[in-house]
Write a protein that binds this ligand. Structure first.
Ligand SMILES: NC(=O)c1ccc[n+]([C@@H]2O[C@H](COP(=O)([O-])OP(=O)(O)OC[C@H]3O[C@@H](n4cnc5c(N)ncnc54)[C@H](O)[C@@H]3O)[C@@H](O)[C@H]2O)c1
Length: 286
C-alpha cells in the first residue's frame, strides 16, 4: 500500500513537460518525492522542473524521446547518476492525431504506436532492473501507465483512429507487465483519465523527423480542439485521483465518472457475445 507521504521516493514521469505528466510530477513533489521530469522537449522538461523546484521540491528535468531505445538507455544512466535509482515510474508520454481510420497516414500510425505503446515497452526494458533493485531493498516499486478512457471502450466523443487502438494496447501491455513483473515485487497500474484539460492538441509539434516531422493543426481545427479541451478535468485532479488509486493498490484507475457509460457498453457487448456462444454450444458435445 503506497502511503500519502512520498518522502524519500524517487519518481520518474515521462511526458511531464505539460499536462497530466506535469501534474503527476508536481503532486509527487508536493508529497515529498524527488522527481525526474522527462520530456522529448528538453527545454520544456527543464522549465517544468524549475517551476516545481520553485515550490521547494527536488525536481530535475531530462530530455528523452521514449521512442528511441538508445535515448532511454541514456536516461537511465542520467537518473542513476542524479537520483541513484527510481521507485515509481510513470509511463505517461502520449500523442494522437485526428482523422478517420482510413485516412491516417502510415507515419502517424507508426508514431502513435511508437510513443503510446512501444515507448512504454522501451522504458520497461530499461527500468525494470532499476525498479527490481528498489523492490529488493524493501522500497515500494511501481510502473504506472497512462492509458485513457479510450482503453476501456469508445468514448461518447467518438473513436479516434490509431489513438484509440493504441490506448486499448496500453491496457493489454499493462496486464502483461502485471503478470510478468509481480515476481520482481513491481506493481503495475493503468491510469484511465477521461477528457483532461491539457495541450494534447499541440502533440504534433513534437513529432520526430523519423515520423514525418513537427506539424501544427490547421488553425480552425486547433481552435475547436482547444475549446473541447477547456471542458476537460483539471490535470491536478486527475493526478490526485491517480495517487488515491495507488494508495489503494488498484490496477485500473478510472479518473472520470463519465467513463461508466461507454465502459459498460463494452462490458455488455462482451456479455452478449458470451451468451450467444453459450447458446450455440448448449447441448453440443465438446
Ligand atoms: N488530455 C486528455 O484528455 C487525456 C485523456 C486520457 C489520456 N491522456 C493521456 O495522458 C498522457 C499525457 O497527455 P496530456 O494530455 O497531458 O498531453 P500533453 O501534450 O499536455 O503532454 C504530453 C507530453 O508528452 C511529451 N511527449 C510527446 N512525445 C514524446 C516522446 N516521444 N517522448 C517523451 N515525451 C514525449 C510532449 O512533449 C508533452 O509535453 C498521454 O498518454 C495521453 O494520451 C490524455
Amino acid at each position: 500500500m503506497m502511503s500519502k507521504d512520498l518522502n524519500g521516493r524517487r519518481v520518474v514521469v515521462t511526458g511531464a513537460g505539460s499536462g497530466i505528466g506535469f501534474a503527476l510530477a508536481r503532486h509527487a513533489a508536493q508529497a515529498g518525492a524527488q522527481v525526474a521530469i522527462v520530456d522529448i522537449l528538453m527545454d520544456k522538461a527543464k522549465a517544468a522542473a524549475a517551476e516545481i523546484g520553485a515550490l521547494g521540491a527536488d525536481a530535475r528535468g531530462f530530455g528523452c524521446d521514449v521512442t528511441q531505445p538508445a535515448e532511454v538507455d541514456r536516461l537511465k544512466d542520467a537518473i542513476m547518476l542524479e537520483l541513484g535509482g527510481a521507485d515509481i515510474f510513470f509511463n505517461n508520454a502520449g500523442v494522437g492525431v485526428g482523422g478517420r481510420v482510413d485516412e491516417i497516414s502510415p507515419e502517424d500510425w507508426a508514431w502513435t504506436f511508437a510513443v503510446n505503446v512501444t515507448g512504454i515497452a522501451n522504458c520497461v526494458r530499461v527500468f525494470t532492473p532499476v525498479l527490481r533493485a528498489a523492490a529488493a531493498e524493501g522500497r515500494e516499486a511501481w510502473f504506472v501507465n497512462t492509458g485513457s478512457e479510450h482503453s476501456l471502450g469508445i468514448p461518447t466523443i467518438g473513436a479516434n483512429n490509431a489513438y484509440t487502438a493504441s490506448k486499448h494496447a496500453v491496457l493489454g501491455l499493462s496486464d502483461v507487465m502485471r503478470s510478468d513483473l509481480s515476481a520482481d515485487g513491481i506493481k503495475v497500474a493503468v491510469l484511465c483519465p477521461g477528457l483532461v484539460s491539457t495541450r494534447l492538441y499541440d502533440a504534433g509539434t513534437s513529432r520526430p523527423e523519423a515520423f514525418g516531422g513537427a506539424f501544427s493543426l490547421p488553425s480552425e481545427h486547433r481552435a475547436q480542439f482547444i475549446e473541447v479541451m477547456k471542458t476537460g478535468q483539471d490535470p491536478a485532479l486527475t493526478a490526485a485521483i491517480c495517487f488515491e488509486g495507488l494508495e489503494r493498490g488498484d490496477f485500473i484507475i478510472i479518473a472520470d465518472p463519465d467513463v461508466r457509460s461507454f465502459a459498460e457498453a463494452r462490458i455488455n457487448e462482451i456479455q452478449r457475445a458470451l451468451d450467444v456462444i453459450d447458446e450455440r454450444f448448449r447441448g453440443v458435445e465438446q
